[in-house]
Design a protein around this ligand. Structure first.
Ligand code: CP
Ligand code: NVA
Length: 304
């Protein structure tokens, strides 16, 4: 049976560790994997803009000896010009794997249900699993372990947090989350994360207090306050998230030399200051680079 990569919750801790281990080997010795996906091709069906996800999948696939075709918002019109089902059926006849970036999470699930080839979620309104796997890979790369490490996420409870929450809980990384009142994380995602944390022994805490959240953090993580598709809510969100910015004060409240993470793109001056994102402890470009190594590992696991 074909396998998909739609959300972290569907992956076992062992499978996650396998991907991280393979990503490490790929990063260390790129040449060894140069022909691993020779003759294979992937399609990138993107309903929203992208820098990292698009480029790292396209170039990652080329580095594995395969081919990638980008199908942007104006091209195949998935769900508009043609049903998700027909797109899935037709593209499965041409391609070996589909990477989809959709507005609705239900669309990526629909695509996976009808496709006969693996489908990878390249970000939906609910989840960003490739980002979360790359992020925990970056954390393991920096600390050598998840044990005893605490990640504090301050900001919007969005797709990035949903996946990160689940990934931390699965691998035993402690997580603290602070969001403004009225922007609490999705209940289903929280319940799942709490259940996984129960098995791994990870701590998981929620509050509305950014400083309290930063206390004891080895990693401080944030993401944009206005995600793609929420542009109409911009004015309200910018007001409601004031006080949840990653800045020198928040970093002072965290552990000495805590890492600073952001999935990018960043809105400098809103959720994070220049001094934080450009500080010596910021690893945002390592995170971006690691997207490619981890996605190559995912492609190998699904296609090789
Ligand atoms: N972090 C991330 O997914 O970036 P892009 O939106 O540029 O792909
Ligand atoms: N939460 C952001 C992540 C971008 C990579 C968004 O969905 O726009």
């Amino acid at each position: 049976m074909k396998k998909d990569m739609l959300s972290i919750s569907a992956l076992s801790p062992e499978y996650i560790e396998d991907i991280l281990e393979l990503g490490k080997r790929i990063k260390k010795d790129r040449a060894q994997y140069a022909d691993s996906l020779k003759g294979k091709s992937i399609g990138l069906i993107f309903q929203k803009p992208s820098n990292r996800t698009r480029v790292s999948f396209e170039i990652g696939m080329v580095q594995l000896g395969g081919y990638a075709i980008y199908l942007g918002p104006s091209e195949i019109g998935m769900g508009g010009r043609e049903s998700v089902k027909d797109v899935a059926k037709v593209l499965s006849r041409y391609l070996d794997c589909l990477v989809a970036r959709t507005y609705k999470h239900a669309d990526v699930e629909d695509l996976a249900m009808h496709a006969t080839v693996p489908v990878i979620n390249g970000l939906s309104d609910y989840a960003h699993p490739c980002q979360a796997l790359s992020d925990i890979f970056t954390i393991k790369e920096k600390f050598g372990t998840f044990k005893g490490i605490t990640l504090s996420y301050i900001g919007d409870a969005n797709n990035v947090l949903n996946s990160l929450m689940c990934a931390c809980a699965k691998v035993g990384l402690n997580l603290k989350v602070a969001t403004p009142k009225g922007y609490e994380p999705d209940k289903k995602a929280v319940d799942a994360a709490k259940k996984f944390a129960g098995s791994s022994g990870a701590g998981i805490e929620f509050s509305h207090d950014p400083k309290l959240c930063a206390k004891g953090a080895d990693v401080v993580y944030t993401d944009v306050w206005v995600s793609m598709g929420q542009e109409k809510e911009s004015a309200r969100r910018l007001k409601d998230f004031k006080g949840f910015q990653i800045n020198d004060d928040i970093i002072k409240a965290a552990n000495k030399n805590c890492l600073i993470m952001h999935c990018l793109p960043a809105h400098r001056g809103d959720e994070i200051t220049d001094s934080a994102i450009d500080s010596k402890n910021s690893v945002v470009y390592d995170q971006a680079e690691n997207r490619m190594h981890i996605q190559k590992a995912i492609l190998l696991k699904l296609l090789a």
